[in-house]
Every structure is written in structure tokens, then in C-alpha cells.
Design a protein around this ligand. Structure first.
Ligand code: GAP
Length: 553
């Protein structure tokens, strides 16, 4: 740790600090970094892999192991294409995309800045050279010469909700007017935009030993096709063997509903949980791992009797909120937000987001949706397989006898494991208030106050020096932790003070130091990450002490 580091002063610094710590300490790296990196793809290093796995294990423990009414599933990432037809993902899982006709930036229309009528529309370019080039291109394409001031271009104003104009002087009259879409491009603030078009977020690939390019080449050989005809033919040929990487883990739980319910004789209400990779060709990737193209989800579909979904939604929204707060330093940074009716997905009759106060403001962490019977019914209609539940206890209103088939309703807590990893890094990262060290030097510590259950290493075992039998004894202690399933780290590099600092930065809750006295009286010091206090305990009791503190945490 660099002692001269100052604490971050604002939100931008906090994200920068986290990203830099993640790289320095082996949590998260840019994917393929040596080749210049791949946008929005990340690799979880030794520490990040442990942290993410611990988060996912805690989720699985709370959602599956500790519940009699929930079972697990690990489905394939590639599923039958009809799954995505039935679920609506093929037709509707799309973002509205727009191109800026000046800068060529492609962006999501629904996230773009929306200047109101009367607002000046100043285009802000990267530098003077770019401003000059854009000024020329606007003049050639739209016939108006905007005024250049350094790297900005001025003279445009929003007239009303549907029009913007060019105002060359202060006379108040527009020399030209253009249709206004209600928003401008995020990068330079330009209102000169293409039409919106829908862009499907699923990654498409092909399955089997067929080369789609060759098939395509054969299909178009010798044909004179219009652009539209060529497009249709290409779609048809590619579509023949197309498969998709799943954009959510949820659909497998609907598709395997009957198999699982029957194999385990499950009684409604019951849940099926799954965690794993999902893929979305996101247009806007943002805030490090907050939104990326490849990410991990932790989802559970809870099947209930129709009419009881509100009760189940209330139960799961509160339970999930408490789950996040349990591992957090600051529980006040979480809140529940109910969706407005116009925000609800087509399949939902109610929905809550668990939101976190990120450095850039409140944002989604998890959605808990009441998904009605939409998915089971759609898959049943499309596959021809009955996906209902037979309730033997319930009276059938038609026959007056016991036993009735119905399609269960579903409540779905859908969380992101990668997003949760970022959230707990943000929650844990802090600079301790300056305090004197053993030598009296005042230092500011950079600490990751991760919950012990989430921390990559639970305990570090440090021989004070690399001789006199201390390494051997330290390794014996580490082995005892391994034998008990506790992830311990043997660490002998650098002076012990540096090692403490390193473990503070990666969130190791306890450090055990083996010193000369250890060899004489069988004791070690145990140092607490958060208080930095040390006490001597017997080596024989070290395992019990650490295990006990972990269990209590
Ligand atoms: N089955 C419902 C579903 O997938 P969602 O709100 O689209 O709902 C659930 O996703 C959670 O998955 C989100 O709350 C978020 O935590 C995570 N998530 C979604 N898209 C993501 C992305 N591109 N990058 C990282 N996490 C993402």
C-alpha cells in the first residue's frame, strides 16, 4: 500500500479506485488485455473468482439448501430456438437503437438526454478539429452553418416537442426547422439522428457441422437480388441452424417445470433455482461490470396457486432485501421500488426492484417480478405439452370432486451475481481514518471490509520470518484450515506490516502470525482486519476461534 494515498473525494474517484484495486490485487481484469482488451468483457482473477463464487454460494445456500420448497437446476446455455420464440425473446428482446448522423455514434434512444422546448442545443465535440469537421458535414448535409466556438457548435434550439430550429442570429426567428425526436445523441448532443430501429440483444450462433457462410454463398450464387431480397434470404439461411446464447437463466425453469415437479413430486408452492452465465449484446455497457455482455445471474421461479401471487411477491421482496443487507456494511443504501404500471414487462402484473445507491445514483440490483402464468402457458401452447399442476386436495368446481389441474402463477426474484459483486466491492471499500502504526507513523489504510463469508480468504497465516521453523509451523496451521474447508492463505512475502496491509486490501478478516514465541509456547497472534487489534491465542484453538467467528458473522 502507498502511504501517501489520499481518500477518494467523489463518486468518480471511488469507481476509479475500485477498478484500480481490482486490477492491482487480482480481482477483475479487462478481458484479452494484452490485445487491447475486449469491450465490456472481464476476467475474474484469483481473488475475484473467490468473491463471486462466495456470493453465489451464499445465494444458493439461502435459496436452495436452507429451503424445503426450492430445488436447483443447472441447464444448458444453448436451448432449442423454439424456447426463445415462445418466450417472446426472438421477437421482442430488443433495444431501440439510433445513429447520430453527425458523429456516427450508435446509442439507445430510451437512455438519451432529452432537452425540453426552449433549450439551446450545443454540440460539444472532442476538440477544435472535430468541431470544424462536424460543422462542414452539417452544412453539406443539412444546409445550415452552425457557429463554432472552440470545440462547440451553436445555433440550434428546441422549438417544440416535435421541432428544432437553426437560429443564425438573435432575431428570434428560425432560418430552418427540422423534425425533433425529443432527445439528442449522448456523446456530442446532436439532434440530427437516424430513424429508430429495433436491435435484438441475443447472441446468435449456429449449432452442428454446417457452415452457414457456405450455405449462404450457395444460396445466392448467380442471383441478382435487391437489398431486401438478399436480407430475407440471408435471414432464412442463417435462421435454419441458428441457436442463441441464453439472455436469462429463467426460461429453463419453465421448460423443465413438468420434469422437475414430477421427478421430485413437488407440491405447489415450490421454486426452481438456477445460477449461471447469461449473455446480452448490450448497446450501452457501463460502470465497469454493472452492465456487461457476458454476466452471471441467480434466478428462482417460485410457482404458486393463482390468486396467491401478491402474498408470495411480498414475501420474496422482503426476504431478498434482507439477504443483501445481511452482508453489507451500510444497509441504508438499499431500497425497494415498485414499478409504475407503464414500466411493467408484458408478462408481469407487479414488480419490485431492489435498488442500491451506486456512486452514480440509485440503480437496479435485482428485480422481483410477479410473472403471472404467461411463460408456462406460452411454452405449453408452443410445445403442445401440458404444463399444469394437478392439485389433489382442491375441489374441482366443474365436477364437484377433489382434484383440479391449473397453470401456476410465478414470482421470480432475478439477481445478477456480477452486479452483486460490484455492489459488495463498493460497500466494502473504505479508507480508515488515519491512525499511528506500531512505529508511531500516522497512516491511512485502504481496506475492503467484506463480510467474512464473502471474503476471498478467511484467514492468512504469516510466519514472521522465513526461518527458525516458522514457515513449517505456519503451513501446518494452514493445512488444518484446509482440512476444515476454510480457505486460508499462507503468505511469507515482504515484511509483516506490508502483508497486513495487503490482506486488508483484499478483505481477509483475520491474520494469524507465527513468531518466535509461537515455537516456545504454542501461541499465535490473531489480528482483526477491521479493528487492527491483536491478541494471542493458542495454536490448538486457532481453528476453533476463526471457525466460531465465521459462523457468528
Ligand atoms: N429473468 C428476468 C431477468 O432476466 P433482468 O432484470 O433483465 O430480469 C435480472 O435481469 C438481473 O440480472 C438484473 O437485476 C441485474 O442484476 C442482472 N443483469 C441484467 N442484465 C445485466 C447485464 N447486462 N450485466 C450485468 N448484470 C445484468
Amino acid at each position: 500500500m502507498n502511504d501517501s494515498q489520499a481518500a477518494p473525494e467523489d463518486e468518480v474517484d471511488l469507481m476509479k479506485e475500485i477498478i484500480s484495486l481490482c486490477k492491482q490485487r487480482g480481482f477483475i481484469f479487462q478481458s484479452s488485455e494484452i490485445y487491447g482488451g475486449l469491450k465490456s468483457c472481464y476476467d475474474y482473477g484469483p481473488l475475484g473468482a473467490e468473491l463471486k463464487r462466495n456470493i453465489m454460494n451464499e445465494w444458493w445456500r439461502a435459496m436452495v439448501h436452507e429451503r424445503e420448497d426450492v430445488v436447483g437446476l443447472d441447464a444448458s446455455i444453448i436451448m432449442h430456438t423454439d424456447v426463445w420464440k415462445a418466450s417472446g425473446h426472438l421477437a421482442g428482446f430488443a433495444d431501440p437503437l439510433v445513429d447520430c448522423l453527425v458523429s456516427k455514434e450508435r446509442f439507445r434512444a430510451d437512455n438519451a438526454p432529452r432537452p425540453e422546448p426552449g433549450a439551446e442545443l450545443t454540440l460539444t465535440c472532442a476538440d477544435k478539429g472535430q468541431a470544424k469537421a462536424y460543422q462542414k458535414s452539417i452544412q453539406e448535409r443539412f444546409g445550415v452553418e452552425l457557429k463554432r466556438g472552440g470545440k462547440t457548435l451553436q445555433g440550434l434550439k428546441v422549438i417544440d416537442e416535435e421541432t428544432f430550429g437553426f437560429f443564425p442570429d438573435d432575431s428570434g426567428d428560425a432560418a430552418e426547422s427540422f423534425p425533433y425526436r425529443g432527445y439528442v445523441s449522448p456523446e456530442i448532443g446532436s439532434p440530427f439522428l437516424s430513424d429508430e430501429r429495433q436491435f435484438n440483444l441475443m447472441f446468435r450462433t449456429s449449432l452442428g457441422p454446417v457452415d452457414p457462410v457456405q450455405q449462404l454463398a450457395k444460396a445466392i450464387e448467380g442471383k441478382a437480388l435487391s437489398q431486401e431480397e438478399a436480407r430475407e434470404l440471408i435471414e432464412q439461411k442463417i435462421g435454419e441452424n441458428a441457436v442463441y446464447l441464453r439472455p436469462e437463466t429463467a426460461q429453463a425453469m419453465f421448460v423443465q417445470f413438468a420434469n422437475i415437479q414430477q421427478a421430485l413430486s413437488l407440491k405447489v408452492p415450490f421454486g426452481i433455482a438456477q445460477m449461471g452465465k447469461s449473455f446480452r449484446n448490450e448497446i450501452t455497457v457501463e460502470h465497469f461490470i454493472f452492465r456487461s455482455c457476458e454476466f452471471e445471474q441467480m434466478e428462482m421461479e417460485y410457482f404458486v396457486e393463482p390468486g396467491t401471487q401478491k402474498e408470495a411477491l411480498d414475501f420474496w421482496k422482503d426476504k431478498r432485501l434482507r439477504w443483501y443487507q445481511r452482508y453489507a456494511n451500510d444497509p441504508s443504501k438499499f431500497r425497494l421500488r415498485q414499478h409504475e404500471p407503464d414500466e411493467l414487462a408484458h408478462y408481469a402484473d407487479d414488480c419490485y426492484d431492489i435498488e442500491y445507491e451506486y456512486p452514480w445514483g440509485w440503480g437496479e440490483l435485482e428485480g422481483i417480478a410477479s410473472r403471472t402464468d404467461y411463460d408456462l402457458k406460452k411454452h405449453s401452447e408452443n410445445s403442445g405439452v401440458r404444463l399444469t399442476y394437478f392439485d389433489q386436495e382442491k375441489d374441482n368446481p366443474e365436477t364437484g370432486k377433489k382434484g383440479v389441474h391449473y397453470t401456476p402463477y410465478v414470482v421470480e426474484p432475478a439477481a445478477g451475481a456480477t452486479r452483486t459483486t460490484l455492489m459488495y466491492l463498493l460497500d466494502a471499500f473504505c479508507y480508515d481514518s488515519p491512525r499511528p502504526d506500531a512505529k508511531g507513523n500516522v497512516k491511512t489504510r485502504r481496506v475492503l471490509k467484506l463480510h467474512p463469508r464473502l471474503a476471498p480468504y478467511k484467514v492468512a497465516v504469516l510466519p514472521l520470518v522465513k526461518r527458525d521453523g516458522m514457515p513449517e509451523l505456519a503451513r501446518e496451521i494452514v493445512q488444518q484450515f484446509f482440512n476444515s474447508g476454510i480457505n486460508a492463505k499462507y503468505d511469507e512475502q515482504h515484511q509483516v506490516g506490508k502483508r497486513y496491509a495487503r490482506h486488508d486490501e483484499v478483505g481477509t478478516p483475520y491474520c494469524l502470525t507465527v513468531d518466535g514465541q509461537s515455537l516456545e509456547d504454542g501461541t499465535v497472534t490473531i489480528r482483526d482486519r477491521d479493528t487492527t487489534e491483536q491478541e494471542r491465542i493458542k495454536i490448538d484453538e486457532a481453528l476453533q476461534v476463526v471457525a466460531g467467528r465465521l459462523a457468528e458473522s
